[in-house]
Write a protein that binds this ligand. Structure first.
Ligand code: OOG
Ligand code: MG
Length: 262
Protein backbone atom coordinates (compact mmCIF):
# COMPACT_ATOMS: atom_id res chain seq x y z
CA UNK A 1 0.00 0.00 0.00
CA UNK A 2 1.30 3.43 -0.93
CA UNK A 3 -1.46 5.52 0.70
CA UNK A 4 -2.11 6.03 4.41
CA UNK A 5 -5.42 4.93 6.01
CA UNK A 6 -6.36 8.62 6.33
CA UNK A 7 -5.95 9.25 2.63
CA UNK A 8 -7.88 6.04 1.77
CA UNK A 9 -10.79 7.21 3.96
CA UNK A 10 -10.66 10.71 2.49
CA UNK A 11 -10.71 9.43 -1.11
CA UNK A 12 -13.59 7.04 -0.31
CA UNK A 13 -15.63 9.95 1.04
CA UNK A 14 -14.68 12.11 -1.96
CA UNK A 15 -15.78 9.47 -4.51
CA UNK A 16 -18.93 8.52 -2.63
CA UNK A 17 -19.94 12.17 -2.36
CA UNK A 18 -19.47 12.50 -6.12
CA UNK A 19 -21.77 9.49 -6.61
CA UNK A 20 -24.45 10.67 -4.19
CA UNK A 21 -24.34 14.26 -5.44
CA UNK A 22 -24.16 13.19 -9.14
CA UNK A 23 -21.11 15.41 -9.68
CA UNK A 24 -18.07 14.42 -11.69
CA UNK A 25 -14.51 14.67 -10.33
CA UNK A 26 -11.03 14.36 -11.80
CA UNK A 27 -9.47 10.94 -11.63
CA UNK A 28 -7.82 10.38 -8.28
CA UNK A 29 -4.51 9.10 -9.69
CA UNK A 30 -3.90 12.66 -10.96
CA UNK A 31 -3.39 13.70 -7.33
CA UNK A 32 -2.09 10.35 -6.05
CA UNK A 33 0.02 8.86 -8.86
CA UNK A 34 1.71 6.49 -6.40
CA UNK A 35 -1.62 4.75 -5.62
CA UNK A 36 -1.31 0.96 -6.07
CA UNK A 37 -3.84 -1.84 -6.68
CA UNK A 38 -4.23 -2.58 -3.00
CA UNK A 39 -5.01 1.07 -2.33
CA UNK A 40 -7.56 1.07 -5.15
CA UNK A 41 -9.49 -1.89 -3.72
CA UNK A 42 -9.04 -0.47 -0.17
CA UNK A 43 -10.84 2.71 -1.29
CA UNK A 44 -13.61 0.65 -2.93
CA UNK A 45 -14.05 -1.42 0.25
CA UNK A 46 -14.10 1.79 2.32
CA UNK A 47 -16.97 3.07 0.13
CA UNK A 48 -18.75 -0.26 0.67
CA UNK A 49 -18.19 0.14 4.43
CA UNK A 50 -19.71 3.64 4.41
CA UNK A 51 -22.86 2.30 2.74
CA UNK A 52 -23.16 -0.72 5.05
CA UNK A 53 -22.74 1.56 8.07
CA UNK A 54 -25.74 3.53 6.78
CA UNK A 55 -27.84 0.35 6.82
CA UNK A 56 -27.74 -0.33 3.09
CA UNK A 57 -27.38 -3.93 2.02
CA UNK A 58 -24.88 -5.66 -0.20
CA UNK A 59 -26.90 -7.58 -2.81
CA UNK A 60 -24.26 -8.79 -5.22
CA UNK A 61 -20.92 -8.44 -6.93
CA UNK A 62 -20.01 -7.41 -10.44
CA UNK A 63 -17.17 -8.10 -12.79
CA UNK A 64 -16.12 -5.39 -15.22
CA UNK A 65 -14.02 -5.18 -18.36
CA UNK A 66 -14.44 -8.87 -19.11
CA UNK A 67 -15.27 -8.42 -22.82
CA UNK A 68 -12.70 -7.46 -25.44
CA UNK A 69 -15.07 -4.74 -26.76
CA UNK A 70 -15.22 -3.12 -23.30
CA UNK A 71 -11.47 -3.38 -22.75
CA UNK A 72 -10.89 -1.74 -26.13
CA UNK A 73 -13.49 0.97 -25.48
CA UNK A 74 -11.84 1.91 -22.17
CA UNK A 75 -8.24 1.29 -23.31
CA UNK A 76 -7.50 -1.27 -20.57
CA UNK A 77 -6.80 -4.99 -20.48
CA UNK A 78 -7.52 -6.46 -17.03
CA UNK A 79 -10.90 -7.43 -15.54
CA UNK A 80 -11.88 -5.80 -12.25
CA UNK A 81 -14.66 -6.34 -9.69
CA UNK A 82 -17.01 -4.19 -7.68
CA UNK A 83 -20.09 -4.46 -5.48
CA UNK A 84 -23.85 -3.92 -5.85
CA UNK A 85 -26.08 -2.48 -3.12
CA UNK A 86 -29.85 -2.72 -2.67
CA UNK A 87 -30.49 0.94 -3.57
CA UNK A 88 -28.91 0.44 -7.01
CA UNK A 89 -31.61 -2.02 -8.18
CA UNK A 90 -34.41 -0.82 -10.47
CA UNK A 91 -37.32 -2.83 -11.78
CA UNK A 92 -37.67 -4.23 -15.27
CA UNK A 93 -39.76 -1.96 -17.47
CA UNK A 94 -39.35 0.92 -15.05
CA UNK A 95 -37.89 4.39 -15.17
CA UNK A 96 -34.39 5.49 -14.25
CA UNK A 97 -34.07 9.01 -12.93
CA UNK A 98 -31.29 10.79 -14.83
CA UNK A 99 -31.14 13.62 -12.30
CA UNK A 100 -29.38 11.26 -9.88
CA UNK A 101 -26.76 10.30 -12.46
CA UNK A 102 -23.83 12.03 -14.17
CA UNK A 103 -23.43 10.50 -17.67
CA UNK A 104 -24.86 6.96 -17.62
CA UNK A 105 -24.14 4.19 -20.10
CA UNK A 106 -25.78 0.79 -20.27
CA UNK A 107 -24.38 -2.68 -20.61
CA UNK A 108 -26.11 -6.00 -21.35
CA UNK A 109 -24.90 -8.69 -18.96
CA UNK A 110 -25.50 -12.31 -18.01
CA UNK A 111 -25.95 -12.69 -14.24
CA UNK A 112 -25.40 -15.82 -12.15
CA UNK A 113 -26.85 -16.82 -8.78
CA UNK A 114 -24.82 -19.42 -6.92
CA UNK A 115 -26.16 -22.29 -4.80
CA UNK A 116 -22.82 -23.39 -3.32
CA UNK A 117 -19.79 -21.42 -2.24
CA UNK A 118 -16.95 -20.87 -4.68
CA UNK A 119 -13.40 -20.58 -3.47
CA UNK A 120 -10.22 -19.83 -5.37
CA UNK A 121 -7.44 -20.11 -6.17
CA UNK A 122 -7.86 -22.50 -9.07
CA UNK A 123 -11.61 -22.02 -9.41
CA UNK A 124 -12.59 -22.89 -12.99
CA UNK A 125 -15.62 -22.94 -15.26
CA UNK A 126 -16.66 -26.46 -14.17
CA UNK A 127 -16.72 -25.42 -10.51
CA UNK A 128 -18.86 -22.42 -11.42
CA UNK A 129 -21.38 -24.39 -13.48
CA UNK A 130 -21.71 -26.98 -10.68
CA UNK A 131 -22.27 -24.19 -8.13
CA UNK A 132 -24.75 -22.19 -10.26
CA UNK A 133 -28.38 -22.13 -9.17
CA UNK A 134 -29.66 -20.19 -12.19
CA UNK A 135 -28.77 -17.46 -14.65
CA UNK A 136 -30.66 -14.24 -15.38
CA UNK A 137 -30.51 -11.50 -17.99
CA UNK A 138 -29.51 -8.10 -16.64
CA UNK A 139 -28.62 -4.58 -17.67
CA UNK A 140 -26.08 -2.57 -15.76
CA UNK A 141 -26.17 1.22 -15.77
CA UNK A 142 -22.61 2.39 -15.26
CA UNK A 143 -21.88 6.00 -14.35
CA UNK A 144 -18.21 6.72 -13.81
CA UNK A 145 -17.74 9.50 -11.33
CA UNK A 146 -14.76 10.63 -13.42
CA UNK A 147 -15.07 13.50 -15.86
CA UNK A 148 -15.89 12.33 -19.41
CA UNK A 149 -15.59 8.66 -18.30
CA UNK A 150 -11.79 9.12 -18.52
CA UNK A 151 -9.91 6.97 -16.05
CA UNK A 152 -7.17 4.43 -15.52
CA UNK A 153 -7.79 1.03 -13.97
CA UNK A 154 -6.82 1.94 -10.42
CA UNK A 155 -9.06 5.00 -10.41
CA UNK A 156 -12.04 2.98 -11.69
CA UNK A 157 -11.50 0.19 -9.14
CA UNK A 158 -11.54 2.81 -6.38
CA UNK A 159 -14.77 4.20 -7.89
CA UNK A 160 -16.49 0.81 -7.46
CA UNK A 161 -16.03 0.06 -11.18
CA UNK A 162 -18.56 2.80 -12.14
CA UNK A 163 -21.43 0.80 -10.54
CA UNK A 164 -24.61 2.86 -10.39
CA UNK A 165 -27.87 1.04 -11.20
CA UNK A 166 -28.87 -2.41 -12.44
CA UNK A 167 -32.03 -4.04 -13.72
CA UNK A 168 -32.80 -7.76 -13.71
CA UNK A 169 -35.52 -9.00 -16.02
CA UNK A 170 -36.51 -11.84 -18.30
CA UNK A 171 -36.63 -15.31 -16.81
CA UNK A 172 -34.32 -17.35 -14.64
CA UNK A 173 -32.97 -20.44 -16.38
CA UNK A 174 -30.77 -23.35 -15.40
CA UNK A 175 -27.31 -22.96 -16.90
CA UNK A 176 -27.39 -26.62 -18.00
CA UNK A 177 -30.38 -25.91 -20.26
CA UNK A 178 -28.54 -23.22 -22.20
CA UNK A 179 -25.53 -22.92 -24.42
CA UNK A 180 -24.20 -19.91 -22.58
CA UNK A 181 -21.34 -19.28 -24.98
CA UNK A 182 -23.44 -18.89 -28.13
CA UNK A 183 -26.37 -17.18 -26.41
CA UNK A 184 -27.22 -14.08 -28.43
CA UNK A 185 -27.87 -10.60 -27.02
CA UNK A 186 -29.46 -7.75 -29.00
CA UNK A 187 -29.43 -4.24 -27.54
CA UNK A 188 -31.99 -1.73 -28.81
CA UNK A 189 -32.16 1.99 -28.08
CA UNK A 190 -35.37 3.74 -29.10
CA UNK A 191 -36.31 0.80 -31.29
CA UNK A 192 -33.02 0.67 -33.16
CA UNK A 193 -30.43 -2.07 -32.78
CA UNK A 194 -27.27 -0.43 -31.45
CA UNK A 195 -25.17 -3.46 -30.44
CA UNK A 196 -25.31 -7.23 -30.50
CA UNK A 197 -23.06 -10.02 -29.32
CA UNK A 198 -22.88 -13.61 -28.15
CA UNK A 199 -22.24 -14.23 -24.46
CA UNK A 200 -18.87 -15.80 -25.34
CA UNK A 201 -17.68 -12.19 -25.72
CA UNK A 202 -17.21 -12.39 -21.94
CA UNK A 203 -13.96 -14.37 -21.48
CA UNK A 204 -15.12 -17.11 -23.87
CA UNK A 205 -18.01 -18.06 -21.56
CA UNK A 206 -19.60 -15.89 -18.85
CA UNK A 207 -19.00 -18.60 -16.22
CA UNK A 208 -15.28 -17.87 -16.65
CA UNK A 209 -16.00 -14.40 -15.30
CA UNK A 210 -17.46 -15.87 -12.09
CA UNK A 211 -14.43 -18.18 -11.76
CA UNK A 212 -12.11 -15.22 -12.19
CA UNK A 213 -14.02 -13.34 -9.50
CA UNK A 214 -13.61 -16.26 -7.07
CA UNK A 215 -9.89 -16.33 -7.85
CA UNK A 216 -9.53 -12.56 -7.38
CA UNK A 217 -11.42 -12.76 -4.06
CA UNK A 218 -9.11 -15.59 -2.93
CA UNK A 219 -6.16 -13.20 -3.16
CA UNK A 220 -7.92 -11.19 -0.45
CA UNK A 221 -8.79 -14.27 1.64
CA UNK A 222 -12.45 -14.01 0.58
CA UNK A 223 -14.82 -16.34 -1.27
CA UNK A 224 -18.21 -16.25 -2.96
CA UNK A 225 -20.84 -17.59 -0.57
CA UNK A 226 -23.82 -19.66 -1.78
CA UNK A 227 -26.64 -17.42 -2.95
CA UNK A 228 -24.41 -14.71 -4.38
CA UNK A 229 -25.72 -12.69 -7.31
CA UNK A 230 -22.91 -11.95 -9.79
CA UNK A 231 -23.06 -9.76 -12.90
CA UNK A 232 -20.41 -11.06 -15.29
CA UNK A 233 -19.68 -7.90 -17.32
CA UNK A 234 -21.04 -6.21 -20.42
CA UNK A 235 -21.06 -8.38 -23.57
CA UNK A 236 -20.68 -5.36 -25.91
CA UNK A 237 -19.21 -1.91 -25.54
CA UNK A 238 -21.28 0.32 -23.23
CA UNK A 239 -23.97 2.47 -24.87
CA UNK A 240 -24.54 6.11 -23.86
CA UNK A 241 -28.09 7.02 -22.84
CA UNK A 242 -29.85 10.37 -22.59
CA UNK A 243 -33.03 11.61 -21.04
CA UNK A 244 -36.04 10.12 -22.88
CA UNK A 245 -34.19 7.07 -24.20
CA UNK A 246 -35.89 3.68 -24.10
CA UNK A 247 -33.72 0.61 -23.82
CA UNK A 248 -34.79 -2.89 -24.68
CA UNK A 249 -32.31 -5.77 -24.53
CA UNK A 250 -33.29 -9.16 -25.89
CA UNK A 251 -31.46 -12.22 -24.62
CA UNK A 252 -31.82 -15.51 -26.48
CA UNK A 253 -33.69 -18.03 -24.25
CA UNK A 254 -33.76 -15.59 -21.31
CA UNK A 255 -36.37 -13.01 -22.29
CA UNK A 256 -35.71 -9.30 -22.23
CA UNK A 257 -34.85 -6.39 -19.96
CA UNK A 258 -36.08 -2.87 -20.55
CA UNK A 259 -36.05 0.56 -18.99
CA UNK A 260 -36.58 4.21 -19.80
CA UNK A 261 -34.35 7.10 -18.79
CA UNK A 262 -36.32 10.10 -17.56
C1 OOG B 1 -15.94 0.17 -15.79
C2 OOG B 1 -16.98 -0.86 -15.50
C3 OOG B 1 -17.12 -1.87 -16.61
C4 OOG B 1 -18.36 -3.93 -17.41
O1 OOG B 1 -19.40 -4.60 -17.40
O2 OOG B 1 -17.45 -4.15 -18.23
C5 OOG B 1 -18.25 -2.83 -16.43
C6 OOG B 1 -16.37 1.18 -16.83
O3 OOG B 1 -16.31 0.89 -18.02
O4 OOG B 1 -16.74 2.31 -16.44
O5 OOG B 1 -19.09 -2.75 -15.56
MG1 MG C 1 -20.87 -3.87 -16.12
Amino acid sequence: MALTPDVIAKLAEHLENAELGARDVTKITDDYPQMDWQDAYAIQYAIRGRKLARGQRLVGLKMGLTARAKMKQMGVDVPIFGFLMDYMARSDGGEIDMSQLIHPKIEAEIAFVTKASLRGPGCHIGDVLAATDFVLPAVEVIDSRYRDFKFDLKSVVADNTSASRFVIGGCARLAAELDLATLGVVLEKNGEIVACAAAAAVLGHPANSVAMLANMLAERGEHLPAGTFVMTGGVTEAVTVNCGDSIHVRFQELGSVSMRFV
